[in-house]
Design a binder for this molecule. Structure first.
Ligand SMILES: [Zn+2]
Length: 96
């Protein structure tokens, strides 16, 4: 699929329920990009480019809450099993 729309990224700092995210927002559509999918550091948060073409799959959202849900569901899957592993290990070292 070819994109004809070229986003113009701007750095934004968003906050919701105590969660602060620094990411890129497209000036054209107002859509917020997932900072992990997009690699926000090199796209809009760094010093160099202020706009970049969309490469591959980038998740875009209308609200920070939707973005947080995406990060929880998509990017922290591995963390859940890691936490479980740590919990088990801590349980083993407990004396009770
Ligand atoms: Zn993402």
């Amino acid at each position: 699929m070819a994109y004809t729309w070229e986003p113009k990224w701007e750095a934004v700092r968003l906050e919701s329920n105590g969660i602060i995210l620094n990411t890129c927002r497209d000036k054209v559509t107002g859509l917020i990009a997932c900072p992990i999918c997009l690699n926000a550091i090199s796209t809009c948060l760094g010093k160099s480019a202020t706009h970049a073409e969309l490469k591959g799959e980038v998740s875009l959202f209308f609200s920070i809450d939707d973005l947080i849900e995406h990060i929880k569901n998509f990017h922290t899957r591995g963390l859940a099993s890691k936490l479980e592993e740590i919990r088990k290990r801590m349980g083993e070292t407990r004396s009770d």
